[in-house]
Design a protein around this ligand. Structure first.
Ligand code: KG4
Ligand code: ZN
Length: 333
């Protein structure tokens, strides 16, 4: 069994996974209600709340799984990318438990956690695929040859897809975090009501850019009656449509370029219902097999960190105890 902690941003999470990858216990303590009043995550507040929640969460997952610390074979934590003061809490605690129990420690890249999450809960073992990771801080296309063997195909030049959701939602007066609110509103609106820009859809580029979308929404704002629920829903549906179209088409293009039939999508934005539906229909058209994680495993969680650590464990790649956290840790060196 591997016990993992995740504390890269504003969710404190702990989980235990079994040697076969099954999730035995997983808990997330969200700080969204705390940060909502500031309109975004305040790093100092986040790290103080991680300190408050980390130990009770570990005690809870041990009790949920019906085991004690002595039953755990290895400890893991996210070591980056993320907020440095937040990363330090989970990493220090996992290392302390590893030292106290005399067990190995695994430092896990948060993006690798997302990347492998579609293979959790019975979909494994990890196989070759082309992967789209869409989170709050990152948007990238990755070619996975096997667990631990990754090639970056393309990433965003500016905002991440989650940021595009969150920033446009904020402009429209929706509460933080904007992505899930946009998803709700979009379901009620017309995705063709506004023609927002789709960047880099031409040609063979696997890079993304979402800052033009943000600017287009900003210019549209003075003309909009956002007090009208129908107008708000139409703008949200059109913004979401612009984001979805770029993501889905670039994933299909990447799969074609790599000659790969298995595609996976992960990260918080992959919870989006419109995106999930479009991925399913587009992948069927393209003859692609699509793997998506369960929605609660798409947003930040420690189960995905335990699962990624298990792949390191299986290949004998333990981390030294002086392995530092790195707010800019790259997925591919
Ligand atoms: O992966 P994640 O939980 O954290 C990071 O690693 O960043 O992703 C968070 C992002 C946020 O931008 C949030 O607004 C977005 O995922 N998100 C969504 C939805 N649920 C979460 N975006 C669109 N629709 C959703 N349903
Ligand atoms: Zn994440």
């Amino acid at each position: 069994m591997i016990l993992a902690l995740e504390s890269s941003c504003d969710e404190t999470a702990a989980a235990i996974c079994a040697a076969d990858g099954r999730l035995l216990a997983a808990r997330v303590s969200s700080q969204a209600d705390i940060h909502r009043r500031y309109g975004g995550v305040v790093p100092e507040v986040a790290s103080r709340n991680h300190i408050l929640h980390a130990r009770p969460l570990v005690e809870q997952v041990l009790s949920d799984a019906g085991v004690t610390l002595a039953d755990i074979s290895a400890f893991a934590a996210t070591s980056g990318p993320g907020l440095v003061s937040s990363l330090l809490i989970g990493a220090s605690m996992a290392k302390a438990m590893a030292v106290a129990e005399g067990k190995p420690f695994f430092a896990v890249n948060h993006m690798e956690g997302h990347l492998l999450s579609p293979f959790m809960e019975g979909a494994g073992p990890v196989r070759a695929n082309v992967s789209l990771i869409v989170s709050g801080g990152h948007t990238m296309l990755v070619r996975v040859r096997a667990a631990g063997d990754y090639q970056l195909l393309g990433k965003t030049r500016d905002d991440a897809a989650g940021e595009a959701f969150d920033k446009t939602a904020k402009m429209l007066g929706l509460p933080y975090p904007g992505g899930p609110e946009m998803d709700k509103q979009a379901a009620l609106g017309n995705p063709r009501a506004f023609a927002f820009p789709r960047s880099f859809l031409d040609g063979r580029s696997l890079e993304f850019s979402f800052s033009g979308l943000k600017t287009a929404v900003l210019y549209e704002l003075p003309k909009l009656d956002l007090a009208s629920p129908a107008v708000l829903a139409d703008v949200c549906a059109s913004v979401q449509e612009a984001i979805i179209e770029v993501l889905v088409e670039k994933l299909a293009l990447a799969a074609r370029q790599c000659g790969e039939k298995l595609v996976t999508v992960s990260g918080g934005v992959s919870c989006n219902r419109g995106l999930r539906a479009r991925l399913a229909s587009r992948c069927a058209e393209e003859g692609l097999t699509l793997l998506l994680a369960r929605p609660d495993l798409c947003t930040d969680n420690a189960g995905m960190i335990a699962f990624a650590a298990l792949q390191h464990f299986l290949s004998g790649r333990a981390s030294p105890l002086d392995a530092d956290v790195d707010p800019n840790l790259p997925l591919v060196a």
